[in-house]
Design a protein around this ligand. Structure first.
Ligand SMILES: [Zn+2]
Length: 125
């Protein structure tokens, strides 16, 4: 572990501790600015910790993301066009309307009324 990483970890721990103190202060003072400042400090501290300790293995993270996307696309391939109908306007949706969003979820967007559906929430239509 490098010195820079140790200093970063200490700074992040200090920020999180300070943020927690702000949250405790909020229970006394009830001022919104205090809780916002506390949450921002905790957020920055967590982000710094993530960068320090998770950033090391970017290759492995990318591989798992790819596997998830492939599995979900396979699921959408099992659906026939007849099963896909827009519940807002009743239009038939073909497989070209099925896309995978950046988070890896399968979404279907209606080209007629622009309704967007998440396939995982309604697996059987
Ligand atoms: Zn529609």
């Amino acid at each position: 572990m490098s010195i820079g990483r140790i200093i970063g970890a200490i700074a992040a721990a200090f920020l999180i501790a300070l943020g927690l103190m702000f949250l405790i202060a909020f229970t006394v003072s009830q001022q919104v600015g205090v809780i916002v400042a506390g949450l921002v400090m905790i957020g920055i501290g967590i982000v710094v910790l993530l960068i320090l300790f998770v950033w090391r293995k970017p290759t492995q993270v990318r591989i798992t993301e790819r596997t998830e996307v492939v599995q979900k696309v396979d699921l959408s391939g099992e659906l026939t066009p007849e099963e896909l109908k827009c519940s807002s306007c009743g239009a038939e949706l073909d497989k070209r309307a099925v896309t995978v969003d950046p988070s890896g979820a399968v979404v279907i967007s209606c080209p007629y009324c622009n309704s967007v559906y998440h396939l995982a929430e309604q697996p059987k239509w």
